[in-house]
Design a protein around this ligand. Structure first.
Ligand SMILES: [Zn+2]
Length: 317
């Protein structure tokens, strides 16, 4: 686990009595629909300084960027540690490399030129990736998939996302969107999905879907709903394990972690039923281990891909 400071309040940057470990420092930026955060992260994954603020509810893309710039300034200006690269995790969809992003959870940004604007702001090389891919990288760097060369990282929260590491390399795909496990079909005649399809995992097991189906927030879901979400996530994981010859799924996100044992037990039972090939039979599904700072550690791991292009950072230590 990285040494992480306690989650702080909005306001002054959280200061941690820590110094860089001598390796390259990364400016990590996590952009979510409700919160945006920035941190300086050393090469051991320790967070040196962090700050966060609420994402403005606005139709004006510039005011959202201004708020992000203010958060970044709060970690850069008081620090003596000089980052060499900026890594960013942001909701999708986006163009490859995050040149233009259109996060579903930030309506003010449609084709927003995020990578270039951040590069102009911070004067560093900037690497932008999908936030679920970022978290998958972070789990491989310092979390529950440390030392594992082939795994699936997932987030099950308001939406469902994922990232896939094969042979120590994060898969990107043609447009950078590889790993979108939220749109695997788990119920062929299921609910309509925002993507235009039907019965996608996200339309059946995300916090948004559970709230729509039960009329209550996912945190108030009864046990059968928690088990069903686990079963459906396990169904998707089993197909991925069969397809890609990987044996580990690491799952983070408020819904999965909040549902806890009921969810993970149901998922593991479903995997046991559906991953039956000799190489997939041992597939396990476990909770993520990065905690509240997982998104920032993941964003740092995205930045580290620019430092270690030979192995894409997934297995870099
Ligand atoms: Zn879908």
């Amino acid at each position: 686990m990285p040494a992480v400071p306690a989650e702080g309040h909005q306001g002054p940057a959280e200061r941690v009595p820590s110094t860089p470990d001598g390796g390259p420092v990364v400016l990590a930026v996590d952009i979510g629909g409700t919160k945006m955060a920035a941190a300086l992260v050393d090469s051991g994954g320790s967070i040196l300084t962090a700050a966060h603020a609420a994402t403005p509810v606005s139709d004006d893309g510039e005011s959202v960027f201004d708020a992000l710039a203010a958060v970044i300034d709060r970690v850069l200006s008081p620090s003596t540690a000089r980052p060499v690269v900026c890594g960013v995790g942001c909701g999708g969809p986006m163009e490859a490399g995050g040149e233009r992003v259109s996060p579903l959870n930030i309506s003010a940004w449609r084709d927003f030129p995020l990578r270039g604007r951040l590069a102009g702001l911070v004067g560093l090389p900037v690497v932008v990736d999908n936030d679920a891919k970022a978290l998958a990288l972070g789990e491989g760097w310092l979390g529950a998939a440390t030392g594992v060369g082939n795994y699936l990282g997932m987030v099950v929260s308001t939406g469902v996302g994922g990232g896939i590491v094969i042979g120590g390399r994060l898969l990107d795909g043609e447009h950078g969107n590889a790993g979108h496990i939220g749109h695997m079909v788990v119920e062929p005649d299921g609910r309509a999905c925002v993507c235009g399809g039907r019965g996608c995992l996200e339309a059946e097991a995300s916090g948004t879907a559970i709230e729509a189906m039960t009329g209550h927030p996912a945190s108030a879901a009864p046990d059968p709903v928690r088990r069903r979400a686990g079963t459906l996530v396990g169904r998707a994981v089993a197909s991925v394990a069969n397809l890609l010859d990987l044996q580990l799924a690491v799952v983070a996100g408020s819904v999965a972690l909040g549902f806890g044992e009921l969810f993970f037990d149901a998922a593991q039972e479903e995997i046991a039923l559906r991953s039956r090939l000799s190489f997939s039979r041992a597939t396990r599904i476990i909770p993520g281990a990065l905690g509240a700072h997982g998104p920032l550690v993941g964003a740092a791991a995205v930045g580290r891909r620019a430092l270690v292009p030979s192995d894409q950072g997934a297995m870099a230590r």
